[in-house]
Structures are given as C-alpha cells and as structure tokens.
Design a protein around this ligand. Sequence first.
Ligand SMILES: [Zn+2]
Length: 76
Amino acid sequence: MTIKSVMRFVTHRITRHPDSEVTVTARCLNPDCTWEVEPTADVAKADVDCMVHKGATGHGIFARRYEDVAVVVRDE
Ligand SMILES: [Zn+2]
C-alpha cells in the first residue's frame, strides 16, 4: 500500500474583518453583584460605566472581554 500526500504551503494572513469592530463587555467581580456592561463598541463609555459603578458601590474589579471578528485570507 502506498500513501501519497501532497503538501502545499500557502501563506495566509489574519486580520480584523473590515465590516466588524471591537466590542467590549465588562462584568463586576464582586461576588454579591451581577452588574455588567452590555457588549458595546464604545470602549471609552464601558470604562466610564465601570468607574461610575465603582463610585456607586465601591466595587472596583471587573472582568473585561474584548472581541472582534477575524478573517483569514490567502496571500496572493
Ligand atoms: Zn458590582
């Protein structure tokens, strides 16, 4: 039995999809709190919202998640 394989190396690159934008979510890590920032592309406003939450509650630690849509294209 003969196994043949064809290996073809093609260069690809990955970038943010041109129709997408970075979104951020933030969730308060205080164990008694469920406050969170809904996903938004306004990263600066999400930061301000966290600071306002700190001012109102004293909670100052947040899990932040940034997300974008990536696309891989073949380099021609
Ligand atoms: Zn909180």
